[in-house]
Design a protein around this ligand. Structure first.
Ligand SMILES: O=C(O)CCC(=O)C(=O)O
Length: 244
């Protein structure tokens, strides 16, 4: 495993790094069974009625809890920061499933019914770390994630690179200038990346699902922001970036 100080240097430079074999194959197998059977989660289906996404699942089972605790311990030790879970998604990307256009995470304005206007995720923290857990092999064929160097800029600068229409999608002409790296992963590998890394992915052209967990941790001591975000989303009149 790479030295921790080395990972931090890579993060400061590019905003992302991969750690191979973080979880064992057996652990991932158990996790997949647990995810399939999890109750009290929110499931979303695509237009062909195939499971596309599950939310609110990070604490819905023994292996899921263990995974979240292990990740939290690891990132707190590595970054020397306090983190809380902010968002949790299982993305299945089924056979033929659509990809994602280039975007930052959380860089959009949203308005609430009371008329107040907020700076996307920056309402809750200024530092977010995404952790992608590969549950299947993720490769070119099944639409693995493609990541570009982070834009370590302030919200007011970042928003100028986006469509600024309530989604976090990047302007086409900006996205075209970036160098995206396709990150191939094996089950149990993790990709850590800042929410300021532009990222995108292609359609799944394989015959199987491309399953990942995509969790976001916020630098914060306030674990209530997990629920606050969902409440704000329900109370929002303009948040179109919510699925991301
Ligand atoms: O699942 C993927 O391929 C990408 C997901 C993504 O970019 C996101 O949820 O922000």
């Amino acid at each position: 495993m790479k030295e921790k100080s080395n990972l931090i240097n890579i993060f400061k430079d590019k905003g992302y790094f991969k750690v191979e074999n973080f979880f064992s194959k057996d652990f991932i197998d158990e996790l997949n069974i647990e995810i399939q059977n999890a109750n009290n989660v929110e499931k979303y289906y695509d237009k062909n009625n195939k499971l596309r996404r599950i939310e609110k699942l990070y604490n819905k089972g023994e292996y899921l809890n263990d995974l979240n605790n292990q990740i939290l311990r690891y990132i707190k030790g590595l970054f020397k920061k306090e983190f809380v879970i902010f968002k949790d998604k299982f993305n299945a990307k089924p056979k033929g499933g659509e990809g994602f256009l280039a975007h930052y995470d959380g860089i959009f304005y949203f308005e609430k019914k009371d008329g107040s206007r907020h700076r996307g995720w920056h309402k809750y923290s200024n530092f977010f770390l995404n952790v992608l857990v590969a549950l299947d092999s993720c490769n070119d064929e099944n639409g693995t994630l493609e990541v570009a160097k982070a834009d370590f800029l302030k919200f007011d600068e970042l928003i100028k690179n986006t469509e600024n229409n309530g989604t976090p999608f990047l302007k086409k002409e900006y996205a075209e200038k970036l160098n995206f790296e396709k990150v191939n992963l094996k089950p149990g590998d993790l990709l850590f990346f800042s929410h300021l890394c532009p990222h995108k992915s292609d359609k799944n052209k394989s015959d199987n699902d491309r399953r990942i967990l995509y969790y976001t941790y916020a630098e914060s001591k306030n674990s209530n922001i997990y629920l606050e975000y969902f409440n704000d989303k329900n109370d929002s009149v303009s948040n179109k970036g919510g699925a991301l």
